[in-house]
Write a protein that binds this ligand. Sequence first.
Ligand code: GLC
Length: 736
Amino acid sequence: MVSLVALVAACTVQIDETEQKINDLIARMTLEEKIGQMFQVSLDNAPNEQILQVVREGKIGSVINVVNPEAANMLQKAAVEESRTGIPIIFGRDVIHGFKTLAPIPLGQAASFDPQLIHDCARMSAVEARSVGVRWTFAPMLDIARDARWGRIAEGFGEDPYLVAQLGAASIQGFQSDGRLSDEQAIAACAKHFAGYGAAEGGRDYNSANIPPLLWRNVYLKPFEQAVDAGVATVMTSFNDNDGIPSSGNEDLVKNTLRDEWHFNGFVVSDWTSMAEMIAHGVAKDMKDVALISIKAGVDMEMVSPAYLINLPELIKEGKVPEKAIDNAVRNILRIKCRMGLFEKPYVNTSTPPAFYTEESLKLARRAAAESAILLKNENHLLPLSETQKIAVIGPMADAPHDQLGTWCFDGDKTHTLTPVGALKGEYRHINHVYEPALAYSRDKNTSRFDKARRAAAAADVAVVFVGEEAILSGEAHSLSNLNLIGVQSELIKAVKSAGKPVVLVVMAGRPLTIERDLPYADAVLYNFHPGTMGGAAIFDLLFGRENPSGKLPVTFVREVGQIPLYYNHNNTGRPAPDKVTTLDEIPLEAGQTSLGNTSFYLDSGRDPLFPFGYGLSYSSFEYSNLILPDQMPANGTITIKATLKNTGNVAGTEVAQLYVRDMVASVARPVKELKGFQRVWLKAGETKEISFELGISDLAFFDQDMIRKTEPGDFTVWVGGDSNAQLKGVFSIPE
Ligand code: GLC
């Protein structure tokens, strides 16, 4: 039995040995070789002799976008066996929600509220990516997104800092083999985009963010701090400025917070030319200025722009940059390369062919797609359908193998996508169905086949209409100012409903869309954030009841795009709107100067969203009761909150029980509620279970106006329920 002391000593020795090895290496490196480590170049899968020579000269520390084992090994040989230092290259790639086998996009995975699932999907991605030589992924994206106009809402885990932090940490552990970074199938993760990228004004990608200090620390930075605690190997600085300071030049963010306060000891990489873009931001006059500002901020590696490569030598010669700053950057990079075992195992193992789309991977992708779907409406228990019913399968997303995969699937192969129509040709071929796409793709405006679709519905027992967004309509740079179903999809739904049969609406999109105007024509709505390779099978598993929906919304669904930003964990304001507000049709004619309420809401769309954060139905129904908690936070600083959960339905199902907390009075206004716990609970029909949540005093801490993190005494309200409108509530206090 190795004693703990011996174990700690061994680890310390290991770390010291690594640091010693790094220092020895740095001492032997030329300035040019050091700066080479700080440069990442994007290459295709056919490196030429010129590039190999640059590698041999030690001028490239990282390569992005090579996903061919032979090409990777050729480049690596030049670095390891033919350069003076023999330092291996680290190969990076955006493996965001899968490499070949695609899980749902991250926003979809978030709807599962299942950290283990997110962990396993990241693990699956790492195994497939590693097999072609990828050693580093630029994921998870931890940007809080409160604006569905922003196309990259697809790529993160939603609007809530607690959920994003929990799922981000799970994703990191999955990519990095639970901390064993040198594991044969681990890849380094990257917490991105540091920071505030999701608060782009107007939801326009790359736009300025204007996040004030309290929101910055209490919301936007939280997931990144937890990522560092989870041992993330790298962090990526974001394109945006916050209040005029671009992240790649933000010394307070990178050096003071990330390094000095959080003790991050991996390395920081810029985003794609985000350093060079500081010229366009207007904070750098030229690339030399870019290099000076970035190295001062603490960016270790430059993604694809050459500011460091070209200008650092001169800046050092001029004494404007101490060589120690270069040594620090290189030390951070080499530390991760050492931890990853890159020196010991630099090459891709090509002895065994890569194993993509294995039965195990496809099964996981199918489960992920099923857990990620959210049942938003189910009038008269229309769902689940019977497998003996005749269904009319309609719409542009019913057989869209590329679009179903969603954004950021560089390497996913659409020929492996199982679409809903594909599933009906396979294990669901026994279903009596007729297929009429009616539209060729989501933006198609040709209504000439609407009548055929209507007739198909009329001849069936039920119509299932598959609508949504093509993959290209979300993701990077793809912002929208209108969130209605694009093209004439809403008209198609109406036309199908006019056949007089029940309509199931299945949405596949990269973001929450404004579907209020479509709801009257849908008896049931199943919402999928681009569900990935196995989405088609998973959707029918859910529609026919082989799976019971359990997904919950990781983002608020607004009624109108004009309500944005609208999110559940908002401040109360001095004039919070009541449950009942004046709406347009209640305004008297010639109302004159009569006031219509004096509180915070919209005359046309009211106060509330269409569907709140955390919302999602099931084929079961769940009841919360009997909330139990002590009046005061116990002296040990942990309070246990219990409740009784019952499955009052007639089928087994999983409920995501959620815990929300409000700090009633504090030195700064605190949100009306914040998610502080969640758990997936499976219950048989009629089964009752006691659930409990542990809440630590530090879980209630926040940054006050002096930017000091603390938990203040006072009263707290807690709610336990199935969404952010949970009604079962209790109170406790923290004594002075
Ligand atoms: C892109 C994205 C970033 C990605 C990087 C490499 O512009 O902003 O998320 O990891 O460049 O592709």
